[in-house]
Design a protein around this ligand. Sequence first.
Ligand code: NI
Length: 185
Amino acid sequence: MSILKVARMGHPVLRTRTRPLDVGEVKSARIQQLIDDMFETMAEYEGVGLAAPQVHQSVRLFVAGFTPGPDDDAEHERVPLMALINPEITIEAPEIIEDWEGCLSIPDIRGKVPRARQIVVRALDRRGKRVELVAKGFTARVIQHETDHLDGVLFFDRMKDFQSLTFLEEFSRYASGRSEVVPAE
Ligand code: NI
C-alpha cells in the first residue's frame, strides 16, 4: 500500500471527465491496488471521500467512508466504507439541502453547497458486482461530491454564491453552530 499524491485545484486532471472501467479492469491487480492506495490516502489525510482524479487517475472510481470520533457532532453521521466504480446517481426527492463541504484538492477551504437530500446510486463494487444503494444526508452529499469529481466538477461549481467561502481556521472560529472540522472529500 502507498499514500498517493493528491492533485490540487488547477491541475488539469481535476477538470477532465474520467473514463468508465469494465468489470475485467475492476478486477485487475492495478485497479485493486489503486483502490487500496486510495483508502490509505484518504485515511492519511483524514478525508471522507477520494475520487481517482484526485490521485491523478482519470478513471470512474471513488472511495468514501467516515466514522465519527467521540468529539464529532451528531450531524456528521457515519458514512459506510465504499469503493464505487462507474456510479450513476438518480435524485430521489426534490428536496435540496445546503451544507458545508471541503475537498482534499482545495485544502483548508470550506463552503456551503446545495445537494439533493436523498439519492439512489447504481455502480459496480470492487469485485465488479452491480450494487444499488439509497443514500441520505451526509452520505448522499459525499457521493454527489465524489461523483462530480469523475465529471471534472469541483464543489465551487455547485455553490449558489461564494458568500460562505471560508478558510478552515476562520470556519472553526466563526461558522455559526459548528465547532467541528468538516472533513474534506
Ligand atoms: Ni473533493
